[in-house]
Ligand binder design. Structure first.
Ligand SMILES: *[C@@H]1O[C@H](CO)[C@@H](O)[C@H](O)[C@H]1NC(C)=O
Length: 334
């Protein structure tokens, strides 16, 4: 039985659905569509002078993503993002005040299928980031691959998205006046393959890079837990060793892009489709871990820091889970 959405829905809920479908479209198809259209216009039509001009611009703009990108306060403040945030709704919780004369690294967990919480809070002002963290600019990191795609890269940069490369991260966390937050999702795309209602499964034990960035630059590290982000879509079972998982692992290896087989609901009915469920996401920003700067940390020192980081993350999870997640939900860290 297909369960249709009622015909009479308040306009505001329709706008929220519109905003989320725009987000899902952008992250799934924008890059592919804009690449195909650009190639087509260049090779097969008389519009090639326009796309050629764009390529010239790309050439001169090639270093922008790794030097802080190109934020747009206007776009970050679009009403669209407030609607998107209110669809779930997404709420940002601060546990302590941060010092706007310093820079910080946020480690955000879990990735979820499409990083809804991280994007809403840290790439837009949809959940009021600018008010909750006054004096800060947040930059969310994304696979460098996406910054090679025409037009999508420009749109992504308006939200403060930057590549998850060492150079791009360093550019942000070493700015002298402070007030910058570099948001890293250490689990990355592979963690999206674990996102489904139920337990939260993180990939963290072999993620040393972000810890090393914090130590070599002496930047405080803040664990962030996004409660509910893992449960917004269903995902086909893909246990390690299964056919689906082996396919996903090899496609990931060759293209960097993970292919989670997810579904939840549609725009006009509640049974099939790529739209997420309307379920709340509560993102808790923890206390900073102070870091002593060291140019060449040993792997032992990094493992010690990792132990501390994971214990802080577990404490945060235990402290807040009863408010935001079902009772039997466990945190599994791989
Ligand atoms: C961010 O959104 C809030 C409302 O949610 C608004 O009060 C605030 O002015 C916005 N920030 C900026 C910088 O416009």
């Amino acid at each position: 039985m297909i369960e249709f959405a009622p015909i009479r829905i308040p306009v505001i809920r329709r706008l929220q659905t519109l905003a989320v479908s725009h987000f899902v479209f952008c992250f799934l198809f924008f890059a592919a569509v804009s690449t195909l259209v650009t190639v087509y216009l260049t090779l097969f039509t008389s519009y090639w002078p326009f796309t050629t001009l764009y390529f010239v611009y790309l050439f001169f703009d090639r270093n922008t993503p790794e030097s802080g990108g190109r934020r747009s306060t206007w776009i970050r403040n679009w009403r669209l993002w407030k609607w998107m945030s209110d669809y779930f709704p997404c709420t940002l919780h601060k546990t302590v005040d941060l010092d706007p004369t310093r820079n910080y690294i946020f480690g955000i967990h879990p990735h979820g299928v499409l990083c809804v919480g991280s994007f809403t809070h840290f790439s837009t002002n949809g959940s009021n980031f600018d008010h909750i963290f006054p004096g800060f600019k947040s930059y969310l990191t994304m696979l460098p691959f996406w910054f090679k795609t025409p037009f999508f890269r420009d749109y992504a940069m308006t939200g403060g998205l930057v590549p998850s490369s060492k150079k791009a991260i360093q550019h942000i966390i070493t700015r002298p006046k402070g007030g910058n937050i570099c948001c890293i999702i250490p689990g990355g795309a592979p963690e999206s393959l674990n996102a489904r209602p139920g337990d939260v499964v993180l990939i963290l034990k072999n993620r040393i890079g972000f810890l090393k960035m914090a130590v070599t630059n002496g930047v405080p590290l803040v664990p962030v837990f996004s409660f509910g982000d893992h449960a917004l879509w269903e995902q086909k079972p893909n246990p390690p060793g299964s056919f689906i998982r082996r396919f996903q692992d090899s496609s990931q290896k060759w293209t960097q892009v993970a292919l989670p087989m997810f579904h939840a609901r549609g725009i006009f009915q509640y049974n099939y489709g790529l739209m997420p469920y309307r379920r709340s996401v509560h993102t808790v920003v923890g206390e900073p871990i102070e870091i002593v700067q060291r140019s060449n940390p040993t792997s032992e020192e990094l493992l010690q820091l990792q132990e501390l980081y994971i214990s802080r993350l577990r404490d945060m999870f235990e402290a807040h889970k009863s408010k935001y997640l079902p009772d039997d939900c466990k945190l599994i860290i791989n």
